[in-house]
Design a protein around this ligand. Structure first.
Ligand code: BES
Ligand code: MN
Ligand code: ZN
Length: 490
């Protein structure tokens, strides 16, 4: 999606479609007030008569509007002015873009960011609205017939001046990272295999400036002693990969940020097999990987003055005669041993070796992202990613980056009091922590491999995709991570 700024007024801009927002009780502002005036008060009349609804996301298409250059005006309900916040702006934008889908309108001028939100600037509202436009316009089509593909809005202009260029540049980079992440997440598990992810990363690094990629094969992982990652991969016909993406935007000597993403391309649970119902959704178990790849692409596209390493352990978790089993003891790259009590707690096993691998970069900070636990979905639902870290400053930075992009995270405690839940007589730790505090004990497990650096863990089991509405992969937390990198780059 292309974003731009137009320095014209709402009524004089020539466009296939002008999108304006109206609040309840018809207190018209900005573009809506201008359109009302130019049309001799018709907008107000239709609002008063109830012909135009003002609930958030409701739409009314108005053609041949007197006094307005636009071919059509799409009036979007924005609810009560005093309740108007980031979520309402997103929902109103989504309503507009969904209405236009399949209607052969490719370019629009969007005036929705004019509506004020307490405490936020026009730049902020514009960036959020631009992201919502791109989110709404995305359609998964990779494995559909050509005839099923519908046209969507691809160019959005915003009313304003050159101060909007920076937020729109950021929005474009984030949106393209989000789209990449969503597409990878939505692809079926027979296509999106570990090798496929590795190949995608290779071609991404070739396209982007100052980027390199390296893919570690099974042999190399064996030589590194990644016994936990390899244990998970044993039952799969698809060989495991560890992808290393590097972006150099600062001095070679500057410590990088390292992002690590869980890339289980399909999670059957292994020998601790999952129930059949909804198992197809475990194709999304690589959404953490997809998000760190998306954030990597956004960081490189923005040419941020920072060094970034993105690590993607990509593995499939299958039941087989060769599978690892409950009771197995694996030796991690760190030397610590792990008793496997449930082969479905596989995410932490591939992450722990990738986290140990991160040590060699002497990072300024490491953030891992993973669809790690069903317990996190129970705790936080789909609206917040679960944030766990022993480092308060890093926690605050990530929470703030999430607020700033409306890609929010909520912190859970990672107190030592939870650690004994991982005790076992047979190894240095077991891979499950029992029924209570499942998201936290998974975080505790990872914390044992992250002593060498500042580290945070984001559990996106709830926020990473939306099975219910069939929106599919959300692309979260690409925006949060990109904002974090923007802030770290200074
Ligand atoms: N990928 C799942 C977590 C998951 C489950 C994400 C449902 C989203 C929806 C993970 O590998 C898993 O299976 N976790 C287990 C851990 C348990 C065995 C300790 C879980 O959460 O049930
Ligand atoms: Mn699992
Ligand atoms: Zn999993």
């Amino acid at each position: 999606m292309k974003f731009s700024v137009v320095e014209q007024s709402a009524i004089e801009v020539a466009t296939p479609c002008l999108i304006i927002g109206v609040h309840e009780q018809a207190r018209l502002r900005g573009a809506a007030a201008a359109v009302n005036k130019a049309s001799g008060g018709r907008l107000l009349k239709m609002l008063k008569s109830g012909d135009i609804a003002t609930q958030v996301g409701k739409t009314f298409l108005w053609t041949e509007v007197p006094g307005v250059k636009a071919d059509r005006v799409l009036v979007v309900g924005c609810g009560k002015a005093e309740d108007f916040g980031a979520s309402a702006l997103q929902a109103a934008t989504a309503g507009a873009i969904a209405f236009l889908a399949g209607r052969n309108v490719r370019a629009v001028v969007c005036a929705l960011p004019e509506l004020t939100i307490t405490g936020q600037t026009a730049s902020w509202r514009t960036r959020l609205c631009a992201l919502a436009c791109a989110f709404g316009a995305y359609r998964y089509t990779a494995t559909k017939a050509r005839s099923a593909r519908r046209s969507a809005v691809s160019r959005v202009s915003f009313l304003g001046d050159k101060t909007l260029r920076k937020p729109l540049r950021e929005a474009a980079a984030m949106a393209s990272g989000i789209e990449r992440a969503r597409e990878l997440g939505n692809l079926p598990p027979n296509i999106c295999t570990p090798s496929y992810i590795a190949q995608e990363c290779r071609s991404l690094a070739e396209k982007l400036p100052n980027c390199k990629s390296r893919v570690l094969s099974r042999k190399e992982l064996e030589n590194l002693g990644m016994g936990c990652l390899l244990g998970v991969s044993q039952g799969s016909a698809h060989p495991p990969k560890l992808v290393v993406l590097t972006y150099q935007g600062a001095a070679k000597s500057a410590a990088p940020v390292v992002l690590v993403g869980k890339g289980i391309t399909f999670d059957t649970g292994g020998i601790s097999l999952k129930p059949g119902k909804g198992m197809d959704e475990m194709k999304y178990d690589m959404c953490g990987a997809a998000s760190v790849i998306g954030a990597f692409a956004a960081c490189a596209a923005l040419k941020l003055k920072i060094n970034l390493v993105t690590l993607v352990p990509a593995v499939e978790n299958m039941p087989d005669g060769k599978s690892y089993r409950p009771g197995d003891v694996l030796t991690s790259m760190s030397g610590q041993t792990v008793e496997v009590l449930n082969t479905d707690a596989e995410g932490r096993l591939i992450l722990c070796d990738a986290l140990t691998y991160a040590e060699r970069y002497k990072p300024q900070a490491v953030v891992d992202v993973a669809t790690l636990t069903g317990a996190c979905v129970i705790a936080l639902g789909k609206h917040a990613s679960g944030l766990m870290t022993p480092h308060d400053k890093l926690a605050n930075e990530l929470v703030e980056a999430g607020e700033d992009t409306h890609d929010r995270a909520w912190r859970l405690p990672l107190w030592d009091d939870y650690q004994p839940q991982l005790d076992t007589p047979y190894a240095d730790m077991q891979n499950i922590g029992g029924p209570s505090a499942g998201a936290i004990t998974a975080g505790c497990f990872l914390s044992r491999f992250t002593k060498a650096f500042d580290w945070a863990h984001l559990d996106i089991a709830g926020s990473g995709w939306d099975g219910g509405t069939k929106n599919g992969a959300s692309g979260r937390p690409v925006a949060l991570l990109t904002q974090f990198l923007i802030n770290r780059a200074g």
